[in-house]
Design a protein around this ligand. Structure first.
Ligand SMILES: Cc1ncc(COP(=O)(O)O)c(C=O)c1O
Length: 425
């Protein structure tokens, strides 16, 4: 009892409410921890740290090139163009795309999802989406549905894990269904969905299959051709280990005939045309590129390629197995998500009985130097599904390739200590 050394006076104002809430339940004690290494456990938001090569590539670009790709015939512009082309080739290889041009750069995963959804759908179309989708899918769908353009059916998931039943998704498809959206891994529960049980069947029906790979690109091997994925949305800044401001949409060859750009503008190509070019990738890449970001992403992809996604996935699964085992017997602590490390990525939503998820995150930071995120994680239907919507969501800890078994020990020990301190005596 009382093993947590509450020392709330040092909190900043944003945490004051939380702190006050807890401090009424426990006596204030002095924090004797003098120094704590910060342990970043919010890789589901954006990965940190990045491989050192990423910052080096960005610095090299900034100091030696600084040009805009496709906007000049001088050496610096051409070299910048080559950096972008190499990044595109690496990304295409990573997901087994037929050709690099099938990969369109965006500024994040939301940009890729908006392009896929708003570019593809036409009045009268029906869409099937899961209730585990992120707001970056839900909001574009609701915008189109609210405007009377499309109709959407949301398929529920297993309340205990957040896993989506492929048969349920397929059963919701109607003759009017144009698009099916499935999140590869939930950013709330970590549940890893079986794309191969959905994609090839949708391909036969002629229904477009959009996968949100925000939590899997770079973490889990992806083969768009094997799994019948027509559209794959990826952030460059999470598992792909690039900087913020990068992302991409993969399009199955031929789909560019059916997808309108949602942004028109200069491409540095066929400038005599006052209309958007219809060749890939220029059709969807209006305006100057985030060259410095894409230089960083290219270096990150080289780092991933050298290690292989399969090995990184194995590392993540080992951390998951360790975490699940270590928190299994902690009284008052519940994990929302699959218990099988093979059915998840290392994104863990937890709740501590008697504490608000924001309080848990605040204590993790202040007392243990562990950086977690609390709340609904931009996925309101997912929290409705697992029953945490009305109680402030969950506290989420998400790991990346640089996390170690020692990090997992530290997180599990911290959670154990918090749960014990709040438990009724
Ligand atoms: C499942 C999922 N989809 C989409 C997104 C949006 O990604 P971005 O922030 O790159 O737009 C996120 C971000 O957390 C996510 O977790």
């Amino acid at each position: 009892m009382g093993r947590i050394l509450w020392h709330f006076m040092e909190y900043h104002s944003v945490q004051a409410l939380t702190v006050a809430t807890i401090s009424t339940r426990r006596p204030q004690r002095k924090n004797t921890r003098t120094h704590m290494d910060r342990l970043y456990a919010d890789n589901a938001a954006t990965s940190f740290p990045k491989p050192p090569e990423v910052a080096r590539a960005m610095q090299d670009y900034a100091e030696q090139l600084g040009a805009s790709a496709g906007r000049g015939a001088y050496r610096e512009a051409l070299e910048t163009g080559e950096i972008l082309a190499e990044t595109r080739r690496r990304l295409a290889r990573l997901i087994h795309a037929a050709a690099p041009e099938q990969v369109v750069f965006t500024f994040n995963c939301s940009g890729a999802l908006n392009l896929a959804i708003k570019g593809l759908l036409n009045p009268g179309d029906h869409v099937v989406a899961t209730r585990m989708e992120h707001n970056s899918v839900l909001r574009p769908l609701h915008a189109l549905a609210d405007a009377g353009i499309i109709t959407v059916d949301y398929v529920s998931a297993d309340p205990a894990t957040g896993l989506v039943d492929p048969a349920g998704v397929l059963a919701a498809v109607t003759p009017r269904t144009r698009l099916v959206c499935v999140v590869h891994a939930s950013n709330v529960t970590g549940a890893l969905n079986d794309l191969g049980a959905i994609g090839p069947i949708l391909n036969k029906k002629g229904v477009v299959f959009l996968v949100d790979a925000a939590q899997t690109a770079g973490h889990v091997p992806i083969d768009v051709q094997r799994d019948g994925i027509d559209l794959l949305a990826m952030p460059g800044h999470k598992g792909l280990l690039g900087p913020l401001g990068t992302g991409a949409l993969y399009m199955r060859p031929g789909l560019e005939q059916q997808i309108r750009p949602i942004l028109e503008g200069g491409t540095g190509s066929v400038s005599e045309l006052p209309r958007q070019p219809d060749h890939l990738p220029d059709k969807y890449e209006a305006g100057s590129h985030n060259a410095i970001g894409l230089a960083g992403l290219g270096a990150a992809l080289a780092w991933i390629e050298a290690r292989t996604v399969a090995a990184l996935h194995k590392h993540g699964a080992a951390l998951s197995a360790q975490f699940l085992e270590q928190i299994d017997d902690v009284k008052g602590l519940s994990l929302l998500g699959p218990r099988d490390p093979a059915r998840r990525v290392p994104v863990f939503s937890i709740r501590v009985e008697g504490m608000d998820p924001a309080e848990v995150a605040a204590v993790l930071e202040a007392e243990f130097g562990i950086l977690a995120r609390s709340g609904l994680h931009c996925a309101p239907f997912a929290h409705e599904t697992i029953g945490t919507h009305r109680d402030g969501g969950t506290t989420r800890l998400s790991l990346g390739p640089f996390n170690t078994p020692a990090d997992v020990d530290r997180i599990a020990a911290a959670l154990r200590e918090i749960a014990a301190a709040i438990a009724p005596v």
